[in-house]
Design a protein around this ligand. Structure first.
Ligand SMILES: [Zn+2]
Length: 136
């Protein structure tokens, strides 16, 4: 499915620039060692805004759970209904979650607990976005 374009802002630009290079990066607080996503201006644990850096992940995760979307208000997604919506736990920190349509995985046939790998898909405006796939 072709996803809506993403417009990076000042805070998220490094994340989206890395996605265009097919790298998944998340924020790491070097003061307390906490990873966080989505990007924020300060660390949610220690409050430091000066020690946030971007860290490249290995790009793997585990399927925590999923649902199937049968109806949604976004017109551009209607032709793809129904579709999977899975919750992915990042390998480096299972507390960091991503959502995925699991391209290539049949609807409602999702292997919960399986390892997935990040892939990158171009959106309507050319910006690449991370997606997750069960390795084929
Ligand atoms: Zn911190």
């Amino acid at each position: 499915m072709v996803k809506q374009g993403v417009i990076p802002d000042e805070l998220t630009k490094p994340y989206w620039d890395a996605a265009n290079e097919e790298r998944l990066v998340i924020q790491n607080c070097s003061a307390c060692g906490r990873l966080q996503h989505p990007p924020a201006r300060a660390c949610a644990l220690c409050g430091s805004g000066a020690n946030l850096e971007w860290k490249e992940t290995v790009g793997r995760g585990t399927i925590y759970n999923y649902g199937v979307v049968y109806d949604c208000p976004v017109a551009s997604l209607k032709e793809d209904l129904p579709f999977n919506l899975a919750v992915i736990m990042l390998e480096e920190d299972p507390g960091i979650l991503f959502y995925s349509h699991l391209p290539g995985t049949p609807v409602d046939d999702v292997p919960v607990g399986a390892t997935v790998e990040v892939v990158f898909e171009a959106t309507a405006n050319g910006q690449k976005v991370p997606e997750w796939q069960v390795p084929g």
